[in-house]
Design a protein around this ligand. Structure first.
Ligand SMILES: [Zn+2]
Length: 489
């Protein structure tokens, strides 16, 4: 069961990578996506798209974007996720594959109506992760045996990008959950001779116990959600834990703000660490993949060119943006079995767009996504703040404002209905856990002023939380939510 390993792309120039990607795209759409994906087979037929007409990156524009709503289950199709799984059968193979591709297969088995065993193992979905949606809305994404091998190979390349020394000991604090984050690290563990400990996250191993484990195993690498890592380090500060062994921090699962990065750095230095780096990782379940930034703090994420083509597009029209122009990320599989996507709109904006050729930061070649990253729905959130009209707000501004206000340990923004009344106006509540000994009146005033300066609204500030209470309310043990919308849908 061969797969295309990532190592061979390291020697290629940017234009060689693009040529290989376009060749893979052509073959993938003809021989995998169109014949075997029920959703895309139907989509291409309905829209009259000839699968043979997709030859280049630019040609992708003729295919409609796939949106989150297209993969979500509903009453008419509660198992919609199945439509995104590649499902070959002998008839489809005979119809769509060229003679040259059939030669390697056991023709007898195909004629008999059974798939050859190796094809079965290549495609059969054996492993699942799911999006962390609300109840009933999680969407499963499947891996086949071949996928597990191929994705482990690309996940393991994280160690090369972050220069993770194979002698280092890794502490993985991602929650035990069928989410990409934990599985990603676990697959790296199985693929490489690397010593790792998996705590299961705050809901499985208490934060104090986790700190003990750091000492017990002489951890050199901390991996987790930024707010959990920050939480862990603040506890270490409180307890006076020695962190001099730490050489690398890797965070994923939510935005790592510049100020969280700064505070993680401060605490590590204070607790004795002298030589360490902090890498942010961008990933999503739908890609079944995650990209580490190539240089700490630069917000530049090289894609895995053997697996996906990434486009930066206008999220409404699907039209591609120019190189370096801000837009929404759409991801297309050019390899992989199991659940696959084509022009899937992830829901994130990359303000620096996509860049090709040689990277000015690390010197590597190939396509890369450039931050800052914001969520589409936070850019254009519609709020009824007055009786006059709906206001469109960019709530991503909170990620910039809140961490720069002194005296805040934790924060969350919640969009609510006034008086909890569905027919009343909308309001924004800023929940804050203040640092000890802070002048609350001053803090509240500063938050209101800064928010008003930036997005011209007057929030309610609620600063009665302790750090632990707010962390709990934000879902910090599993997945932190910084901006929540509690209005009825
Ligand atoms: Zn780079």
């Amino acid at each position: 069961m061969d797969f295309d390993p990532i190592e061979r792309y390291r020697e290629m120039t940017g234009s060689e990578i693009q040529r290989v990607q376009e060749r893979k795209l052509r073959d993938y759409i003809r021989y995998q996506l169109y014949p075997f994906s029920p959703y895309y087979n139907r989509l291409f037929d309905e829209k009259g798209i000839d699968p043979n007409s997709i030859m280049t990156l630019k040609d992708l524009e003729t295919i409609p974007l796939t949106r989150k709503s297209d993969i979500m289950p509903d009453a008419s199709n509660p198992k919609r996720y199945k439509d995104f799984i590649l499902q070959p059968d002998p008839e489809k193979i005979r119809k769509h594959w060229p003679r040259s591709k059939l030669i390697g297969l056991k023709v007898k088995d195909i004629i008999k109506g059974d798939l050859a065993m190796d094809l079965h193992r290549e495609y059969y979905p054996t492993f699942m992760i799911a999006t962390s949606g609300t109840t009933g809305n999680n969407v499963p994404f499947m891996f086949s045996e071949r996928d597990i091998k191929q994705f482990s190979n690309i996940y393991a390349s994280l160690t090369e990008v972050t220069k993770l020394d194979m002698k280092w000991v890794v502490l993985n604090t991602f929650p035990f959950a069928p989410h990409l984050a934990f599985i990603f690290v676990y697959f790296v563990n199985l693929y490489l001779p690397l010593r790792m400990f998996h705590t299961g996250g705050g809901a499985v191993t208490s934060t104090l116990k986790t700190l003990e484990v750091v000492k017990q195993v002489d951890a050199n690498v901390l991996i987790g959600i930024p707010s959990y890592i920050y939480h862990l380090l603040r506890k270490a500060q409180e307890k006076g834990t020695d962190l001099s062994s730490i050489r690398l921090v890797v965070t994923a699962g939510e935005k790592l703000s510049m100020s969280t990065r700064k505070r993680i750095t401060e605490i590590l230095k204070e607790r004795g660490a002298t030589d360490f780096k902090i890498f942010d990782v961008y990933g999503t379940t739908e890609m079944r993949d995650a990209y580490p930034e190539c240089t700490p703090g630069k917000g530049v994420f090289h894609i895995h060119p053997n697996m996906h083509i990434c486009e930066i597009v206008d999220p409404e029209t699907g039209k591609q943006k120019k190189e370096g122009e801000s837009g929404a990320l759409a991801v297309t599989n050019i390899d992989g079995r199991g659940s696959v996507i084509c022009r899937f709109l992830i829901g994130d904006i990359f303000e620096g767009g996509i860049q090709y050729g040689k990277c000015p930061h690390c010197g590597r070649e190939g396509p890369r996504l450039v931050g800052p990253i914001g969520r589409i729905r936070d850019y254009h959130r519609s709020l009824e703040l007055t009786n006059v009209k709906g206001t469109l707000l960019n709530l991503n501004a909170f990620y910039d404002i809140m961490p720069t206000i002194d005296g805040i340990d934790e924060w969350q923004v919640s969009i609510e209905k006034k008086n909890n009344d569905p027919s009343d106006l909308d309001m924004i509540r800023v929940k804050v856990a203040p640092k000890e000994g802070i002048d609350m009146v001053k803090l509240e005033k500063e938050i209101k002023e800064r928010v008003n300066d930036s997005i011209e609204i007057n929030p309610v500030v609620d600063a009665h939380y302790t750090m632990d209470e707010l962390f709990e309310e934000m879902g910090g043990k599993i997945k932190v939510q910084r901006i929540v919308d509690t209005r009825a849908p």
